[in-house]
Write a protein that binds this ligand. Structure first.
Ligand code: ZN
Length: 298
């Protein structure tokens, strides 16, 4: 009898809960993100990956699975990744050990078929010898990239330049805070983001080159010769269309302190949502870095 009562109460409570949570608008399913790491030359991915994961989780819009690959074993022990289970792949992975052919084709198929890819910082150093990967990231650097990789892309006097002059790809001066400047204010990722904001200490990548097909530069930063830079406005945030898929590429994010910038966080969240869905609903917070003042969380 007691059991029956408890069961009845449970039904009553469950009924109550469901009736109070059913509203005109069903809450959206979380976006499923797969984060890849496991190697990242010159980068402390063991520190930055959990921070990236927590940034995404705190937004309340994403589930984040993390797969740590083992390039030393040449992927032999890695489980096959079912990309189709995800809305977007986020790479914090930088290796020159190419994945097996079937894994390469699987990622290409996923993105080309409409999936999202998010490229964070040195993930654009990865896989120099994988042509389709270079197409997906648009621009890359280091590890043998050069004349044959594609043009340098930068801004000079307010205009985008594609420069085929010979030279190496990938460089940065000394780390510092720098101003990120919007170049495409109408892109969904950028709407509502201040035109100029001061990013916390980070590397400022310059001289990236690559296929740069279907590439849109969303934001740049001035690479000052005084800090070892090029004197050009270098791409910082980019999108690349690859088949039906969308790639968001941020060169920001060298170290933990770089990830704690509210500007990094906001553009990463909005860029990831856009890569996953083609739309952006995550708001720009009122508290945001200004041109003169950084703003960090925690
Ligand atoms: Zn770095």
């Amino acid at each position: 009898m007691r059991l029956l009562l408890l069961t009845a109460m449970a039904v009553f409570i469950a009924g109550n809960v469901s009736s109070s949570t059913v509203s005109a608008e069903e809450p959206a399913e979380p976006l499923r993100i797969l984060m890849l790491d496991g190697e990242n030359m010159h980068h402390d991915w063991q520190t930055t990956s959990p921070i990236l994961q927590s940034i995404l989780r705190r937004a309340g819009k994403f589930t984040v699975d993390r797969v740590t690959l083992t390039p030393a074993e040449n992927y032999r022990d890695d489980p096959k990744i079912d990309f189709a289970k995800y809305d977007a792949i986020l790479s914090n992975y930088n290796s020159q050990v190419l994945p097996p052919e079937d894994a390469q084709r699987a990622l290409e198929k996923f993105v080309r078929g409409g999936g999202g890819l998010v490229v964070v910082h040195a993930a654009d150093n990865s896989f120099t010898e994988w042509p389709e990967y270079n197409r997906m990231i648009g621009l890359g650097g280091w590890y043998g990239r050069g004349n044959d990789s594609g043009p340098y892309v930068y801004f000079k006097d307010g205009k985008q330049v594609r420069d085929n002059s010979p030279g190496p790809a990938g460089h940065h001066g000394k780390q510092h805070e720098y101003v990120v400047e919007t170049r495409d204010a109408e892109h969904p990722i950028m709407r509502g983001i201040p035109a100029k904001w001061l990013h916390t200490q980070d590397e400022l990548y310059d001289q990236l080159r690559g296929p740069a097909e279907n590439l849109t530069v969303l934001a740049t930063a001035y690479s000052d010769p005084a800090t070892g830079g090029t004197g050009r406005d270098e791409p910082i945030l980019m999108t690349i269309e690859y088949g039906k898929g969308r790639v968001f590429h941020t060169v920001l994010g060298h170290a933990d302190y770089s990830l704690r910038c509210q500007g990094f966080v906001t553009t990463l969240l909005r860029g990831t949502e856009w890569a996953a869905t083609g739309k952006v609903t995550i708001p720009v917070p009122q508290e945001f870095p200004t041109e003169k003042q950084t703003l960090t969380w925690e």
